[in-house]
Design a protein around this ligand. Structure first.
Ligand SMILES: [Zn+2]
Length: 175
């Protein structure tokens, strides 16, 4: 079982303590993803390592996301199952952000400022997410052919009905 993650974190204090967090983010907490999620089935598991190495304080994050997004072609659910990592450098100013080692995204924090963990993860999910989520197969054609089939079926039903009515009429008409 994964431990419950704190809702709010103090990144600088956690960096000084070399804290490690691992757990599952509640999908309900990812409010900016609400419109992009097809449903609430799935999981977002994160592992965060806070560290300070001389002047650099940061967070190394790993995310395993397995959720349903809305396919931008057919508007049905499409699974997004991916693992990705990120490196954040905690900075107090834009100057500091410029001095970060390569590969670090700056994260502006003030000392003793608590930040929402789900907002942090949400940000990284939005960055890593496909910009145009869609099924790998040609889902739209498939959906259209389903429509056609459905139409043929209804046509068959409606065209069958007059026959049965006629047949009944015939039966009663003969006698
Ligand atoms: Zn689709």
């Amino acid at each position: 079982m994964l431990k419950r993650l704190p809702k709010f974190i103090d990144p600088l204090v956690f960096a000084d303590r070399g804290k490690e967090l691992k757990g599952e983010i509640e999908l309900d907490d990812l409010q900016r993803l609400a419109d992009i999620l097809a449903n609430h089935n799935g999981k977002v598991v994160v592992q965060l390592s806070f560290f300070r190495q001389s002047r650099l304080a940061g967070i190394k994050g790993q995310v395993h996301v397995n959720i349903d997004l809305v396919c931008q072609k057919c508007l049905e659910a499409v699974r997004w199952n991916s693992k990705f990592s990120f490196d954040l450098g905690l900075v107090g100013s834009l100057d500091e952000a410029d001095r970060l080692p390569e590969g670090y995204e700056p994260m502006l924090v003030k000392s003793e400022e608590k930040i929402s963990l789900s907002t942090l993860v949400e940000e990284e999910l939005l960055l890593a997410m496909p910009s145009f989520p869609k099924h790998e197969y040609n889902c739209l054609d498939l959906k259209q052919s389903e429509h056609v089939e459905a139409r043929i079926e209804t046509e068959e039903i409606s065209s069958n009905n007059p026959f049965s009515v006629l047949a009944k009429l015939k039966n009663t008409g003969v006698k």
